[in-house]
Write a protein that binds this ligand. Structure first.
Ligand code: SME
Length: 152
């Protein structure tokens, strides 16, 4: 049986409007992982990442592919689980309270179309289990993107 967070996310990827689905998924993630200070999405647009639906404090809108944890997630096309963002060179501090971060790519047809990005105000908040859950969420979002022809 799938874990609670992935079951809940599956219920929201049935939505035909992509932006609405991502907005609710950002809320579901923040409710389930109670130690987060930020939960949301960055969307690939042209040659940068742009802020998508999120929960938390206002965040940076444009992230170049060669900057920050989000940029590295895009270029390496792999989850980035950062135990201490203060020792990550080039980390972009949207909220100065953030101390650890998990960023996971959403891949459709070999392209990173966006990312799930999560911040916590304590070091080493994110577990391997959470990384697996978010990788599953990213796969479910990628399938829904194709199935519903989401635009964002
Ligand atoms: N910390 C990210 C920027 C996005 S915020 O965390 C919401 C980074 O270094 O790319």
């Amino acid at each position: 049986m799938e874990n609670i967070i992935n079951q809940q996310i599956k219920a929201f990827v049935d939505e035909t409007d992509g932006i609405a689905a991502l907005a609710n998924i950002s809320a579901v993630i923040k409710e389930n992982y109670s130690g987060l200070n930020w939960s949301g999405f960055y969307i690939t647009r042209g040659n940068e990442l742009v802020l998508g639906p999120f929960q938390g404090k206002v965040a940076c809108v444009h992230i170049p592919f060669d900057k920050g944890v989000c940029g590295r997630c895009y270029t390496e096309r792999k989850a980035q689980r950062i135990d201490d963002v203060l020792s990550f060179p080039g980390h972009i501090a949207c909220d100065s309270a953030s101390r650890s971060e998990l960023c996971v790519p959403i891949i459709v047809n070999d392209q990173v179309i966006g990312e799930i990005d999560l911040d916590a105000p304590v070091p080493s908040y994110f577990t391997e289990e959470m990384e697996k859950e978010m990788l599953q969420a990213a796969r479910d979002i990628a399938s829904a993107y194709q199935q519903h022809a989401w635009k964002f």
